[in-house]
Design a protein around this ligand. Sequence first.
Ligand SMILES: [Zn+2]
Length: 259
Amino acid sequence: MTAVPLADVARHLDSVLRIDEVPDFAGALNGVQVETEVPITKVAAAVDARERTIRAAIDAGADLLVVHHGLFWNGTQPLRGAFLRRVRMLLENDLAIYSAHLPLDMHPELGNNVLLARELGLDPSAGFARYKTIEIGVAGMCDVPTPELVSRATRFARTHGHVVRTAGLVEGKVSRRFAICTGAGAGQETLREAVMSGVDTLIVGEGPHWTAIDAEEAGLTIIYAGHYATETLGVRALAAHIGDTFGVPWLFLDAPTGL
Ligand SMILES: [Zn+2]
C-alpha cells in the first residue's frame, strides 16, 4: 500500500494550484485546513466539508479529504454545535482536509470552469469573471442552438441532483458567445461583464432572483446549472490528479444539495 506524507501532497497541490498567489474571499483559507500525522493512503474528494462527507470519507478509509468549500467560511467562530462535530470527527479519525476555492475554480486543467465548458462541449479561449488579479471563469465562441446547450446542462446537472433553470431564453436562439462562472456565478459584476463583452449565453451555478430579470431585459440567456453540480468537477479532477501523481486510490463523495 502506498503511503505518502501529507506534507508532500500539500506541497505539490500548493504549487499546482498556485495557492500563495491566487487571491480569494476572506473565509476561503486555501491549502491544508486540518493537518494530521498519518501518511496518506487514500484520498476522498467532496464539494463541501460537511458532516455527511466527513463521515463518508472516514467510512471509506480515506486519510485526506479534498474540498472546494472548506471549514472556515464564517471567520472566527466558537467550536460548538455542528461546527464542533465536524472538527471532532476529523481529529478523532485522523482525517486531514485540503481546501481549494478560487485556485481550483480558475485552474486551466483541473478547474471547475474549464471542465464544465468541456462537459458542455464548449471550447474556452479566454478568461471571464475578473476578480482582483485573476479571472475565475472562462469564455469563448460557439455555434450551438441555445436549447441544445440547456439540454446538455440538464443532462449533466441531473446526475448531481439539480434541475436546470434558465432566464432570457428566446425561441430559435443560437448561442455564439458564451461565458461560464461556476458556483454563485450570476451577480452584478458578471452580468455587466457579460453584456459589455457581447456574451449571449452565460452559464453559472446559481444567482439571485433579479439576475433573471436583468438578463432577460439585456437580451442575455442565463443557464443556472446548479452551484453544487458545477463545482463537482474540480475536486474530482484534483483527487484524480493526486491519485496519478502519488499512486494512491481516490474516490468522489457525492452529496448534492439540489441547489
Ligand atoms: Zn461555491
